[in-house]
Design a protein around this ligand. Structure first.
Ligand SMILES: Nc1ncnc2c1ncn2[C@@H]1O[C@H](COP(=O)(O)OP(=O)(O)OP(=O)(O)O)[C@@H](O)[C@H]1O
Length: 172
């Protein structure tokens, strides 16, 4: 294939578009991304009800984005490994996938600890859903929820990842 055709010109906008495509793919295909999505919504709802400080909200949102980021890296690693070993058994492939899954688990555990910290630091809990406490922090939560919902539910065209070898050869 022509190398110039395979590598479109890179601009900030196209880089962002590719990133969004990758995120949308993972949200539609990876069950763990869907779970993280609902956990993120739960975190946002808790923060909208308890109204922690801007510092707590900023840290918790950063940690939540780290979990999404780790899961995306996991998706990329899994696909790359499957491609490298042509989806055949290889002990190193298994260990590489396990190690990446371990990385996601470690970050998720860290996120869980942060969630506990939020709950402890906001005690005594008060229902403040309709109050105007910490407006900037609340704005940050709402902006991130809207962004994640757009990424999760933007139109997704299903991609046939694994083409039968014979079909590929026929096309060549
Ligand atoms: N090519 C392979 N060779 C050897 N072991 C593999 C191979 N592919 C996967 N495994 C083993 O099977 C496990 C599950 O792999 P799989 O690709 O199904 O990921 P997964 O756990 O379903 O990930 P996710 O749910 O995030 O998509 C891996 O963690 C690894 O231990």
């Amino acid at each position: 294939m022509n190398e110039t055709a395979a590598r479109p010109r890179s601009s900030l906008f196209s880089a962002l578009r590719y990133a969004v495509n990758g995120i949308t793919y993972a949200f539609n295909v990876e069950p763990n991304m869907k779970r993280h999505f609902w956990l993120f919504n739960t975190l946002a709802l808790i923060e909208l009800i308890l109204r922690p400080s801007l510092t707590v909200v900023a840290i918790s949102l950063f940690v939540a984005m780290c979990v999404f980021g780790a899961e995306l890296a996991n998706t990329a690693v899994e696909l790359t490994i499957d491609l490298t070993v042509d989806r055949k058994y290889h002990a190193a492939a298994g260990i590489a996938k396990d190690a990446m899954a371990g990385a996601v688990t470690m970050i998720s555990f860290g996120a869980l600890l942060v969630a506990v910290w939020i709950l402890v630091s906001t005690r005594p809990w008060r229902f403040q859903l309709f109050s105007d406490v910490h407006p900037v922090a609340t704005g940050l939560v709402i902006i991130s929820v809207v962004t994640i919902w757009v990424l999760r539910f933007r139109p997704y065209r299903e991609i046939q990842l694994w083409t039968d070898r014979k079909e590929v050869q026929d096309e060549l």
